[in-house]
Design a protein around this ligand. Structure first.
Ligand SMILES: Nc1nc2c(c(=O)[nH]1)N[C@H]1C(S)=C(S)[C@@H](COP(=O)(O)OP(=O)(O)OC[C@H]3O[C@@H](n4cnc5c(=O)[nH]c(N)nc54)[C@H](O)[C@@H]3O)O[C@H]1N2
Ligand SMILES: Nc1nc2c(c(=O)[nH]1)N[C@H]1C(S)=C(S)[C@@H](COP(=O)(O)OP(=O)(O)OC[C@H]3O[C@@H](n4cnc5c(=O)[nH]c(N)nc54)[C@H](O)[C@@H]3O)O[C@H]1N2
Ligand code: SF4
Ligand SMILES: [Mo]
Length: 765
């Protein structure tokens, strides 16, 4: 529940006494809004209806129209406006696909801007492009191939971009109907470690609080997240939280400009004078989280500042963790965290002195080989102080895609048929009975393993509902080889993207493009689940429909019906209301979804506060401490640890060259001043980065990043990240790399580069 917020303006939180932050680098909201309106000028009415009545299809904060359940006033941001065109643009000219050579070399952005996919199309090995076919032909082609394929060699992947609970659920059921558990969604590349660690610690793989708990908490701790760019309206929640007295702590290797100061367009005071967000900053090294939070716990143990009664009454396993942190030498913690023991102690003191705290984290924490341990270390610290299960206190792994929270909860996952329905023999029997057909009972492959299987020639069918592995997974060259080896690739999508153009290598190779409809084009409406576990109804929005597109849930269902016509009735749904009925039967926590039918209808599974009254979802009702190990690898002398970051993009959907928050262009490499000086580099100088998997050429940006660490934008930087390095517990790829930085001579001089084999652009191994 949000605390009441004092009215009036408070210059203490202003960025600048000069209105509109003149002279500051700041986002140009109003200019960008105008540009979005201009882009959608041919469909302004439809665009407006989507904004007014639909749930936002951007990040996972969630809205109904332009309202939310946290604050009064308008809820809208530039991400939503930038994505709007994907919903309103007309069809592409499908004859353009007849000769792929005309499209090769086009960026993802150029391909997307060609327009929506209107018709089913096919391309066989050796053909120079795609040919339009009828739906009957397309569905038969897919079904006939799938029927003669061993289900162990079939895999499904679902983006979370725009997808809804209904699509995840039907895809889940279809995969199992066809006999495979190889199904996964974008959460694998995202918050998988959070889900795994939180299930171990508290029995739920989800945020425990509501966003309104941010307002009125003593402490908001932001770890490895850049809310200002990635969940922009969260800065509005923080504005109100700060007014109510909240202190904001940031733990990050990079001092994010957007977390230091931000201009919230819908809050007059902030739009004019800006808002200072962070109160305290802890600059750790990349991959340093487990050490940092273990260090903080060590300090609490050493000083006796623990919540002993909470630990005694509501948790298990503390003794082992206490021993573990007590025995961890400070030197090791300092080396691994990239900061000093004084900083870890200072953080622990601030944390312990508060009465309530909310920890928010994102990709900086999860995208590591040690991702699950990182999250466990965050959970341990919160448990040691009893900060889960009471108002204004809890854990918030803030999600990325609208509706991604529902992906695994709806069973689009290799190890579950739905929330609390883990894949095993016993559940398989129960689900088989409920659904009326047998389901496989051994966990399937995770997304990251599917590509390895494809590379090894062990996958015959890859059915991708959206997504773009060529740009979202490490090492694009490896991924290209892998997907080329899959004899049948089905890309169910709304637009073109580069992975669709990869020619099949197999002599029987076939690529099918199946055109889907957006959530707003889905009759009967759909639902999504937000980070605060809110299941929201998004109605169908009247407007133009594209070519022969079909809704995203019915396409896999229709293929499955043709694979097994004798059993087709067992997988059939007439409409989305029927799907919601089935969800409520399969996933007990989603009971209530069957009653959502109008704009605004919603409920939060688990209620506003999960684990309320310290009741944890474990067999004995207690939360569990787990040892959170430190990463094993260390950085060789003279090398850097590189991570990837977001700019003006929505994941692989890039829309801007210049990030107005950081001031960086897409090819700029974030260097600390100290490292740049050591290498004799200055702002704008060209540099070659080299890792074990590839090379990348960019320019120096002097940035407030911890020395020894570098950052580049992805997908451009993915060439530097080797494949086959995953968090063993969750399958999350490690999106970091050890790199060497080689100064190049300025291209303008036309001189030779100092590195003898420097490429003109990024290259993979
Ligand atoms: N505009 C926009 N919005 C988006 C997206 C988008 O692409 N564009 N993507 C959506 C999706 S799917 C997601 S998952 C979210 C992602 O949202 P974020 O996780 O905020 O995304 P990133 O930009 O990757 O930011 C990662 C942050 O972690 C920090 N960091 C890097 N390494 C470490 C580390 O080892 N430890 C710590 N503590 N910090 C570290 C970086 O400096 C950076 O601040 O955003 C969602 N919203
Ligand atoms: N280097 C690096 N890589 C990363 C990350 C990182 O931080 N660094 N972040 C990771 C994270 S957090 C995530 S979530 C993943 C994102 O992984 P995904 O969700 O798989 O990827 P997106 O880039 O969001 O997928 C966009 C593609 O999906 C298709 N698409 C868009 N909308 C729809 C729709 O409504 N229906 C259908 N069927 N298709 C649609 C379009 O072709 C579009 O190009 O990437 C991961 N990859
Ligand atoms: S903050 Fe997220 S949910 Fe809100 S409008 Fe922006 S993209 Fe949509
Ligand atoms: Mo994500």
């Amino acid at each position: 529940m949000a605390k009441s917020v004092p009215g009036g303006w408070n210059p203490k939180h202003w960025v600048n006494l000069v209105p509109t932050g003149l002279g500051e680098v700041k986002p140009h909201h109003f200019r960008e809004m105008f540009r979005a309106a201009w882009e959608n000028r041919d469909q302004l009415g439809y665009a407006w209806r989507i904004l007014r009545d639909g749930c936002c299809d951007g990040c996972a904060l969630g809205t109904t129209g332009m309202k939310d359940w946290t604050m009064p006033g308008t809820h809208l941001c530039m991400i939503r406006l930038n994505l709007l065109r994907m919903n309103t643009m007309p069809a592409l000219d499908h004859t353009l696909l007849e000769d792929i050579s005309r499209l090769e070399g086009k960026s993802g952005r150029e391909l997307r801007n060609l327009g929506r996919l209107p018709y089913p199309m096919v391309r066989r090995k050796g053909e120079k492009g795609f040919r339009r076919i009828t739906w009957d032909e397309a569905l038969d082609l897919a079904a006939e191939r799938i029927r003669r394929t061993d289900p162990e060699r079939i895999a499904f992947y679902l983006t979370s971009r725009g997808l809804t609970n209904e699509v995840y659920f039907v895809a889940n059921k279809v995969a199992r109907f066809l006999g495979t558990n190889h199904i996964d969604n974008a959460a694998r590349l995202c918050h998988a470690p959070s889900t795994v660690a939180l299930k171990k610690a508290i029995g739920y793989g989800a945020t425990t609080i509501s966003y309104s708990d941010w307002i009125g908490t003593d402490l908001l701790i932001l770890v490895g997240t850049n809310l200002a760019n990635n969940q922009p309206v969260a800065t509005k929640y923080i504005y109100y939280a700060k007014k109510a007295g909240t202190r904001v702590i940031v733990v990050n290797p990079y001092k994010e400009e957007g977390l230091e100061r931000y201009w919230i367009p819908s809050v007059t005071e902030s739009a004019l004078f800006g808002t200072r967000i962070m109160d305290e900053f802890f600059q750790i090294g990349t991959g340093g989280d487990a050490a940092f939070f273990n260090g903080a716990l060590k300090h609490l143990v050493e000083t006796g500042k623990l919540n002993d009664s909470f630990i005694r009454e509501h948790t298990a396993g503390f003794e082992e963790v206490r021993r573990f942190v007590s025995e961890l030498p400070w030197e090791e913690l300092e080396k691994s965290s990239g900061t000093t023991r004084e900083e870890m102690r200072r953080f622990a003191e601030i944390y312990a002195d508060a009465n309530s705290s909310v920890t928010v984290w994102s990709m900086g924490v999860t995208q590591h080989r040690n991702g699950t341990n990182n999250v466990l270390s965050i959970a341990n610290l919160a448990l040691a102080l009893g900060r889960i299960g009471k108002p204004h206190s809890g854990l918030c792994p803030i999600r990325g895609h609208s509706g991604v929270q529902g992906g695994a909860e709806m069973g689009a996952a290799p190890d579950s048929y739905g929330m609390d329905r883990p894949v095993n023999e016993e559940t398989a029997k129960a689900i088989g009975k409920l659904w009326g057909f047998p389901v496989p009972d051994k966990p399937g492959m995770k997304a990251s393993s599917m590509i390895q299987a494809a590379h090894g020639g062990k996958l015959d069918v890859l059915y991708s509902i959206g997504g773009n592995f060529l740009e979202t997974l490490p090492d694009p060259q490896y991924v290209r080889e892998a997907i080329a080896r899959v004899p049948l690739r089905i890309h169910q999508d709304i637009v073109l993207n580069p992975q669709m153009l990869v020619e099949p290598g197999d002599p029987e190779g076939l690529v099918l493009l199946l055109p889907g409809r957006t959530r707003y084009e889905t009759p009967g409406g759909v639902t999504e689940t937000t980070t605060e576990r809110r299941v929201i109804f998004s109605p169908e929005i009247p407007g133009p429909r594209i070519g022969e597109t079909r809704t995203e849930w019915e396409i896999p269902m229709q293929i499955a019906e043709r694979v097994h016509p004798d059993r087709a009735h067992l997988i059939h749904f007439d409409n989305t209301a029927q799907i919601r009925e089935d969800i409520s039967r399969t996933v007990p926590a989603y009971d209530g979804i069957q009653r959502l039918r109008e704009k605004g209808d919603n409920f939060q599974w688990g209620g506003p506060l999960l684990c309320e009254g310290y009741k944890f979802n474990t067999p004995d009702g207690r939360a569990r401490f787990h040892i959170a190990r430190l990463p094993e690898e260390s950085l060789p002398e003279g090398r850097f640890i590189l991570s990837t970051r977001r700019g003006k993009q929505f994941n692989s959907i890039v829309w801007g060259e210049h990030d107005s928050l950081t001031g960086a262009k897409r090819d700029e490499i974030f260097f600390s001043r100290q490292d740049a000086n050591r290498l004799g580099l200055k702002e704008g100088d060209p540099v070659l980065l080299r890792s074990e998997s590839g090379e990348y050429r960019g320019r120096v940006k002097i940035a407030r990043i911890r020395p020894g660490n570098l950052q580049v934008h992805w997908p451009e930087g993915n060439v530097l990240i080797p494949y086959e390095r995953f968090d063993p517990d969750s399958g999350e790829p490690d999106y970091n790399a050890v790199v060497e930085a080689i100064p190049l001579r300025n291209e303008e001089t036309g001189g030779e580069t100092e590195a003898d084999d420097a490429p003109a652009s990024a290259t993979g191994s």
